[in-house]
Design a protein around this ligand. Structure first.
Ligand code: ADP
Ligand code: F6P
Length: 320
């Protein structure tokens, strides 16, 4: 009997997920495994939405954002009924190992499957870069570049009109996107959920910069810290500035993956299969100290993933 493995993508899609699907498929086939894709994440798993993946079926996908397997968020999978349905689907298909490509919620699902005796491997994929156990999640770099490109454009018009521009970015309850994009685009202010702020300090800072001759400013607001429109309103009532607001929204999740995300997707997807063939299971494929390694879920979950406060300090100095 040829061994069967399966792969799914779950939670928010992220550029580079296709590279990971391709790498799982081709590495599996190279090692003599049969590979199945599960469409629509855990929702599709409960319904048994398996599709055979071949060398050909993953051709021509690496350059595209999103995920060719589609994705979903499923509350039903979190219930006992839904979960048992998913386990049943995997058993009926004789799947020996499932690769889950997704964020921390998706990893929580994979951990539960492993506790029920289903071998799993997690490839970290989310633009938020907020997973414990790994310094990098696939999609983050592309999202940062999307924010950078957008803010560069917003800066042109903010400079021309001598305005304050408030830009709200994604990241759920974490500030990694706002912080690193803020450093990359030279934002004057970054509001992060991890760092309490006082709107009076922000207004005073804008005033001071203006008096020094800085006639426009970029304020990046992480969605987990505040709403961009609320920040603009608060600035407008306390200062002479009338900020304009851009909520970047879903543009941050789409687009062709950066070279880095396709390299990470390819390496991490391949590593998930290679580690399984070498006898590991129930591991997060992690990025640490410039290297890709495997970590058991217990070790990964015991780590806290915070923002890098040295970068917060640096960004503060550079935006003076
Ligand atoms: P992400 O994986 O990007 O963090 P979500 O948090 O939305 O995205 O999680 C994706 C899916 O993973 C959820 O819709 C749900 O089906 C599953 N999931 C999330 N948390 C758990 C959990 N604690 N137990 C089981 N499954 C979970
Ligand atoms: O996890 C990725 C992400 O884009 C977050 O940054 C954002 O908060 C969330 O997904 C939005 O999710 P949805 O697609 O369910 O609106």
């Amino acid at each position: 009997m040829v061994k069967r493995i399966a792969v799914l993508t779950s939670g928010g899609d992220a550029p580079g997920m296709n590279a990971a699907i391709r790498a799982v498929t081709r590495t599996g086939i190279y090692h003599g495994l049969e590979v199945y894709g599960v469409e629509h994440g855990y929702a599709g798993l409960m319904d048994g939405q398996f599709v055979p993946l071949t060398l050909h079926s993953v051709a021509g996908i690496i350059q595209h954002g999103g995920t060719m397997l589609k994705t979903a968020r499923s509350d039903k999978f979190k219930t006992a009924d839904g979960f048992n349905q998913a386990v049943g689907s995997l058993q009926r298909m004789s799947i020996e190992m499932l690769v889950v490509i997704g964020g921390d919620g998706s990893m929580a699902g994979a951990v539960k499957l492993s506790q029920a005796g289903i071998a799993t491997m997690v490839v970290p994929g989310t633009i938020d870069n907020d997973m414990p156990g790994t310094k990098y999640t696939i999609g983050f770099d592309t999202a940062l570049n999307t924010v950078l490109e957008a803010v560069n454009k917003i800066r042109d018009t903010a400079a021309s009109h001598e305005r304050v521009a408030v830009v709200e970015v994604m990241g759920r309850s974490a500030g990694h996107i706002a912080l690193m994009a803020g450093l990359a685009c030279g934002a004057e202010v970054m509001l992060l959920p991890e760092k309490p702020y006082d709107i009076r300090d922000i207004c005073a800072g804008l005033d001071k910069s203006y008096k020094r001759g800085k006639l426009y400013s970029i304020i990046l607001v992480a969605e987990g810290a505040a709403k961009g429109y609320d920040i603009a309103d608060q600035i407008a009532v306390s200062t002479p500035f009338k900020p304009h607001v851009t909520v970047l929204g879903y543009i941050q999740r789409g687009g062709s993956p950066s070279a880095f995300d396709n390299i990470m997707g390819s390496r991490m997807g391949a590593r998930a299969v290679e580690a399984y063939i070498a006898g590991s299971k129930d591991q997060l494929i992690a990025f640490e100290h410039g290297d890709i390694l495997t970590k058991d879920y217990h070790a990964a979950l015991s780590e806290r993933k915070g923002i890098d406060y040295a970068i917060v300090d640096l960004a503060g100095i550079l935006s003076m």
